[in-house]
Write a protein that binds this ligand. Structure first.
Ligand SMILES: [Fe+2]
Length: 443
C-alpha cells in the first residue's frame, strides 16, 4: 500500500469497526479457550510464512486451513478471534494499516464462514465420528463463504488503492487450487482433534510445511527463469536502442490477445515467455547489420531473416518453453505464405506465431523508430485491419483491437539517447508491417 486515499481509509475503517463489533460482542462464555489458543498459534505460524506460488501471484498461506478448522472447533466467534491474530503476523514489511486491515478482514471472513456453517446445520465442537459425512456440506459452505468474503474485501481494497483505474490487479486474485485444497486440511484438523487432540494441528502442519517448502522451491525456480529471460531480452535490446522495451510490450500484447480468445492460463503463460523472447535470435545477427542506416545487401537481409531460426537454436534447450518455441520460430510467417523462415500459410502457422505477429507489428507501429515517429493507436489499428487476412490472422487482429479498446495500450515514451552516447540507428525495422515486402533475390 502506498499513500492511501480518503476512500481507502474510510473503507478500512468500516471493515475494522465491523470486525470490532463481531469480536467485541461475541460469546465470551462456553468457549474452549485452550483449543482457541492452539488454533490461534497455528494460524499465526501459517500467516507468518506466506509463499508466492508464481512470480506475479499474491502470496498465500495455509492460515485458511486453521481458520476453517476453527469454524468447526470453536464456532464463528472463536474463528473470528483466530482470524484477528493475522494483525500480529511476523511477516516483515507489513505497514500498520495493512496489519489492521488483514486482522479485521480475516476476522470477518472467518465469522462469515462460521455463520454459514451454522446456518447449514453444522455443529460447533470436536466432531464425533458419526458426524461424517453430514458435516461435509456445512463445511464446504463455510469454505466457500470464507473465500468469497476474503476475496471480496481484498478486491475492494486493491481497487481503491489502484485509484479505480485498472482492474488488472484484481485479475491477479484468481482463485487458486491451494485455496480450496486448504479447506480439506481444515476439515482434517477438526476430524483428527477427536483422536489426538491439539496434536492434530502439528500432524497436519508438518506435511503442509513440507509441501510449502517444495512449492517455494518451485517459485524460486520460476523467478530464476524469469530473471534469465529478462537478461536475454536486455541483451537483445542493447543491440538496438530504439527497440528497448519492445519485447516486454509484445509479451503484454500477446497476453491480451491470448486472454481475449480464451486461451488456457498455462498457454497464456507460455505465450508471455514467447513474446519476451520472440526476437532473441537477433543475438545471432551481426550488430552492424541490425544498426545499418543504409540499404541492406541481400546477404545482410538474409542474416536478418535468419533471426527466428537463430532464436530457436539459442533457446531450444529451455524445456519449459514448449509451444513458445514454435511461436518464436514462426513469428514472421504471413497468412498469405509470403513470410519467413518457412513460408508457411494460414493454419500451417502455429497459433502462437500468429498471435505474436499481430502484437509485434502493433507495438512496432506505435513506437518511435529512428526513421519515423510513432503512429497513433488508431492509425496502427487501421494498418492491422489493412493487413488482416494477408499478413495477419483476422481473428487475432480483432482480438487485439477489442482488448486495446477495452483495456487501453501504454505506448512507449519517445526514446531519448543518453547524453554523450552515440546511437547507431537502423533505417528499417523488420517488424514494421508498412515496410515493403522484400523477397530474397529481389533488389
Ligand atoms: Fe522478429
Amino acid at each position: 500500500m502506498g499513500r492511501l486515499s480518503r476512500a481507502t481509509w474510510l473503507y478500512i475503517g468500516v471493515i475494522v469497526i465491523a470486525a470490532a463489533i463481531v469480536t467485541g460482542y461475541g460469546p465470551h462464555r462456553d468457549v474452549a479457550w485452550s483449543r482457541l489458543a492452539v488454533l490461534a498459534v497455528l494460524f499465526l505460524v501459517c500467516e507468518s510464512t506466506p509463499t508466492a506460488i508464481l512470480p506475479r501471484q499474491v502470496a498465500w498461506s495455509p492460515g485458511y486451513a486453521a481458520t476453517l478448522a476453527s469454524v468447526v472447533l470453536v464456532g464463528p466467534w472463536g474463528a473470528a478471534i483466530v482470524g484477528l491474530v493475522s494483525a500480529f503476523s511476523l511477516r516483515r514489511g507489513l505497514k500498520p494499516a495493512q496489519r489492521v486491515f488483514n486482522g479485521a478482514m480475516y476476522a470477518l471472513s472467518a465469522y462469515a464462514a462460521g455463520r454459514v456453517y451454522l446456518a447449514l446445520g453444522g455443529v460447533v465442537g470436536i466432531p464425533p465420528h458419526n458426524s461424517f459425512p453430514q458435516i461435509i456440506g456445512p463445511f464446504v459452505g463455510a469454505a466457500a463463504a470464507h473465500i468469497v468474503a476474503n476475496y471480496g474485501m481484498v478486491s475492494v481494497v486493491l481497487w481503491l488503492t489502484s485509484g479505480g483505474e485498472s482492474g488488472r490487479r484484481l485479475l491477479n486474485l484468481r482463485l487458486s487450487l491451494p485455496d480450496l485444497g486448504y479447506a480439506v486440511f481444515g476439515l482434517l484438523i477438526a476430524a483428527l482433534w477427536s483422536v489426538v487432540g491439539a496434536f492434530a494441528a502439528i500432524l497436519v502442519l508438518i506435511p503442509l510445511f513440507v509441501a510449502r517448502w517444495a512449492i517455494a522451491q518451485f517459485a524460486n525456480q520460476q523467478r530464476a527463469y524469469e530473471a534469465t529471460l529478462r537478461v536475454l531480452c536486455q541483451a537483445v535490446e542493447t543491440k538496438d536502442f530504439y527497440t528497448r522495451g519492445h519485447s516486454e510490450r509484445v509479451s503484454r500484447g500477446s497476453v491480451m490477445i491470448a486472454r481475449a480468445i480464451g486461451m488456457r492460463p498455462e498457454r497464456v503463460e507460455a505465450i508471455r515467455y514467447a513474446g519476451m523472447l520472440h526476437d532473441v535470435g537477433k543475438l545471432g545477427v551481426p550488430t552492424k547489420v541490425l544498426q545499418k542506416t543504409g540499404k541492406l545487401t541481400e546477404e545482410e537481409y538474409a542474416a536478418i531473416q535468419l533471426h527466428p531460426m537463430r532464436g530457436l537454436e539459442i533457446i531450444k534447450e529451455i524445456g519449459f518453453l514448449d509451444e513458445a518455441l514454435a511461436g518464436i520460430m514462426h513469428h514472421h510467417e504471413r497468412i498469405d505464405g509470403c513470410g519467413y523462415p518457412m513460408g508457411l500459410a494460414g493454419d500451417e502457422i502455429p497459433e502462437f506465431a500468429r498471435v505474436l505477429a499481430v502484437a509485434d507489428a502493433f507495438d512496432c507501429m506505435t513506437s518511435t523508430r529512428s526513421y519515423r515517429g510513432a503512429r497513433s493507436i488508431a492509425e496502427a489499428i487501421t494498418e492491422l485491419h489493412n493487413c488482416s487476412g494477408t499478413q495477419f490472422d483476422p481473428a487475432f487482429v480483432d482480438a487485439l483491437v477489442a482488448a486495446v479498446e477495452r483495456d487501453g495500450w501504454q505506448t512507449p515514451d519517445t526514446p531519448v539517447p543518453p547524453p554523450g552516447e552515440r546511437i547507431e540507428a537502423a533505417a528499417h525495422d523488420h517488424d514494421d508491417p508498412a515496410a515493403p515486402l522484400r523477397v530474397m533475390g529481389s533488389r
